[in-house]
Write a protein that binds this ligand. Sequence first.
Ligand code: FPP
Ligand code: MG
Length: 334
Amino acid sequence: MTWFPERRRPTWLQRLCEAILKSGPVPQHVAIIMDGNRRFAVKNSLEKCEGHVKGFDKLAETLEWCLDLGITEVTVYAFSIENFKRSPDEVNGLMELSRQKFAKLLEERNLIQEQEVCVRIIGDISLLPRDLQELLAEAVNISANNKRAVLNVCFAYTARDDMCNAMRELSIGVKDGLIRESDISENMLEKCLYTSHSRSVDLLIRTSGEVRLSDFLLWESAYSCLAFVKVLWPEFSVWHLYAAILHYQRNYNKIQIARQNLMIERERLQRESDHLCMLEEEAEACSKLETPPSSKQSVAAVNSNITQNKNAQALVQQYAKARKEREKEFLASV
Ligand code: FPP
Ligand code: MG
């Protein structure tokens, strides 16, 4: 099957359900752990690899349903770093399937342009065979300007690996003097993740009845609605997708409140950090002016001086501006 198969006409019931769901909040970013391909293969007396082929076909179908619903970003777990531990036969089979599917995508590049879908690969692609890396890079390049929807394919990915990389980038930034240790924040770490260009994950679906995240989007799903679906991935139907969206809509208000509280808390922490750093800078500047070391002002003394000073707010703003400049320069280098 191709990435964009011939469209089947939706039934009237499907159209009705779609319209009802669209009258409520539709998740903009849906992430999927496509689990259960091998169990599907065993259940249907197929080779393991056939299970993954069926899994790909289901992905293509699901993308179509998502586009119809107005979902603008889909992230799928196609291959975890942990999956390299599977038998060489299965790993090679999955690599070959990916080769075929991405080569097909390039062959049918007009379709992806028509659908205006931008493909991004998330993960450490250096772990993949060279020829596959090239195919993936080309798929990303040809679709980079497509604006209707984004498909993130997580390949050679685990969330913990992503977070470790982000931390490494930050520590290099500090070592090279581009940023200060105090500049490191949740916001900054988030901007170093592979998903830095993505919107937040609204709904995360896992099929096959397993109820764990298996190192998938651990950071990004902190405030997502989770839907665990009992069917194996190749058995996933549009009705399961609708049910997951309904589950999201039922929990929408609570999720939004939790996200708003998170944003408020992050801003408060940043303001507090900027204030403290500004005080430390001022204390250091004062100590350089005072000649005898005994007359050095303590941070607390500067604090009380500055709190009385009308310029305190302006100084914090000035510090925050300089911090943002450092962050911008650092992120451009990442
Ligand atoms: C999990 O089921 C599935 C995978 C590890 C592979 C998923 C890959 C695809 C659906 C193909 C995607 C291909 C492209 C080109 C994007 P499992 O193998 O863990 O099955 P099990 O849980 O029954 O053992
Ligand atoms: Mg599995």
